[in-house]
Design a protein around this ligand. Sequence first.
Ligand code: MSP
Length: 527
Amino acid sequence: MPNKKNRFYATTPIFYVNDAPHIGHAYTEVAADVLTRWHHQRGEESFLLTGTDEHGEKILRTAAANNSTPQAWADQLVKSAWLPLLETININNQDFIRTTEPRHERNVQKFLQALYDKGFIYQGSYEGNYCVGCEEYKTDADVMPGEGEYAGQVVCAIHSKPIEKLSETNYFFKLSEFAKPLLDYYEAHPNFVQPESARNEVVAFVRRGLDDLSISRSKEKFDWGIDIPWDDSHITYVWFDALLNYITAIGYGEDEAKFKSIWPPKVQIVGKDILRFHAVIWPAMLMAAGLELPKQVFGHGWLLVGGEKMSKSKLTGIAPSQITDTFGSDAFRFYFMRAIAFGQDGSFSWEDLSARYESDLANGFGNLASRVIAMVNRYFEGSVPKHGHYTDADKKIQQVAAKAVADADAAIEKLAIHEAIAAIWVLVDELNGYITVQEPWALAKDEAKRDRLATVLYTCLEGLRVLAILLAPVMPKATNALWNAIAEINLGELEDQPISKAAVWGQLSHGAAVREIEALFPRIEQE
Ligand code: MSP
């Protein structure tokens, strides 16, 4: 059985299939993927889960509006949009769960039955304001007066669409009983909800007290969901169903050994709009079932367009392929992880993306790799030169590399992905500065300085080796191209290189082949 200590299980939210993905969805995926790849290179057995959320009124209505059945609609969207998204942005997930799969449906029922048998579920009636966009009952604090076509109506603060009055006899989960245990848990585990702002918001929310949660809908209203096992006139509330994907995907209810070896997640990445579901309702459900809680729930910020959360329903959605078609998946991943402090909101603009591509990728990292490899080919017939005595300047590069490794690893530990990349970039900048000062092209003109030239270029190649390892989780394609050119033959696959040993100097052996490469980040013609 795998050693649980070295397991890194991470999850993304599962995505509604009412529409095609935009860059806000891709952002969540990339962050989780970068973290998972990093942990893999730390030598941990990493497992990334993602998937789709296919039940509920929102999907049913969208399907009907498109003259389709919800299942056919979901099948078509998963195939044409959500699975291809993973290719577009190069996500290396170990599983993909759809909530309409039998492995999910039957074990959601098992979970419900277990809670019912333990007395955590009862029948009651409810009346409230429901937002179909959020699939959630709304409190007064979550709604606002409508504008424009909805003037005079009350709208959801997130979707700006009218809320609907619902009144039903439903089954309820005794969420109110968990306010105290949750507060105790947050207190004892300060890292459970992060970042700090998210944690404070959640604690304040739970301190105000929790209402019991309606977890079923009568089939008389609509019937796209999982049957309540003891009453087939009701279906399961879509969020209660969806949250359980994190356990049904890894064997809950039917493969105890697998489940035990993977559960609980080290981190669950979610957008801040769905934080309460993950930091309040979900842990309460797990407590009720007697299951261990995830180690951390991290709520990231929103991508904003024109100061508002980007969304398809507000017509501000940008498809990820609009960016990757021109800039490539590596630049997409780099840009969103580097430009936005993970945990905070960030505005997207094409100008900012182009500027960073040009300065950091084409001129910074890409040009560094091209120059070094071209010089090794020109002056040493494409083989790793033999270094001589190291000067202080060379040793400085070794120290900067070691610090970049340590700083980046520490930043990833606290999920500050943007800081990790900034720490790695210190080495990119240092190497570019080193080349300017050492002037290898001038050394090459003097046969007496051949030994010095070899040492300078060896130092540059080693620096590139470290950069390839550190940047592989963020930019898998470019770093693999670089790795294949300078190191693959004697060091093996890039993704198997341990972060902890990245800065151990001198791993490239003298005489190994260095192959020419195409520009890693070609310049993009401005239209
Ligand atoms: N289906 C639910 C999640 C269930 S998890 C058990 C859902 N789906 S969603 O498709 O609407 O959103 C999925 C994720 O995308 C959420 O984490 C959400 O925060 C994120 N984003 C959607 N729009 C976003 C931005 N504009 N910016 C950043 N992330 C955004 O909610």
